[in-house]
Design a protein around this ligand. Structure first.
Ligand SMILES: *Cc1c(COP(=O)(O)O)cnc(C)c1O
Length: 209
């Protein structure tokens, strides 16, 4: 099941897109099944899940932290943290810098459209925020991340993903290392891919629900 799901999505989106299997609601055994099916990028949104899945998976798997990160928790995961999709606070960046272990590839979480969402910077705050981080040695901003609102209205989803892409293009003109787009989940990844996603984060559509 996991294997079929993963292969179907892989065929659909093509080899250039990094597929992150989000394992937050699934056991270590199911996560290892995904590894056996060929998945090499995994996503977890809680500290405990991140630590547990990281410890169980082989070294050539990458576990991405996709949830809200609190600065006091950075020390618990920093040894294994290579991708953070939800950077929005300088306090978190400072903890990564202080730890001074290795470069953490970060996406800035952006609240493109959804007024009700608590998470993510406003689009017009992003460039200044990246500017504050430009001399950090261990925080490397590689891209932007967003979540589309829950809606049946696909034009709202289209506008969200296109908005993130346009913001990335503006920012890349100033900060050329900012190239990646983390966007698209089980219900909306085809739209995200159409608008330039380079990382999609898929939970139920790969792992089952
Ligand atoms: C849970 C989660 C996903 C995956 O959600 P699905 O709808 O199951 O694909 C993607 N991104 C984030 C940040 C999540 O928390």
């Amino acid at each position: 099941m996991i294997k079929e799901n993963y292969e179907q999505i892989k065929n659909e989106v093509g080899e250039d897109i990094n597929i992150i299997a989000v394992t937050k609601y699934h056991t270590v055994e199911e996560t290892l099944k995904a590894y056996e099916a060929g998945v090499r990028h995994f996503g977890e949104n809680r500290i405990e899940g991140f630590i547990e899945k990281r410890a169980a998976l082989p070294d050539d798997a990458e576990v991405h932290f996709i949830g809200t990160m609190q600065s006091r928790k950075v020390k618990d995961v920093i040894g294994e943290l290579h991708y953070l999709h939800s950077l929005e606070r300088e306090s978190v960046a400072k903890k990564i810098e202080q730890a001074g272990q290795h470069v953490v590839n970060c996406f800035i979480q952006v609240n493109v459209s959804d007024e009700s969402s608590k998470h993510g910077l406003k689009p017009d705050e992003v460039e200044a925020f990246i500017g504050k981080l430009k001399d950090y040695k261990y925080v490397k901003v590689i891209g932007l991340m967003t979540m589309a609102p829950h809606t049946e209205d696909s034009s709202i989803i289209e506008n969200t993903f296109e908005g993130l892409k346009e913001l990335r293009d503006e920012i890349a003109a100033v900060y050329p290392d900012v190239t990646e787009l983390s966007m698209g989940m089980s219900n909306d990844y085809p739209i995200a891919v159409k608008h330039g996603a380079s990382y999609i984060r898929i939970g139920s559509k790969i792992m089952g629900s």
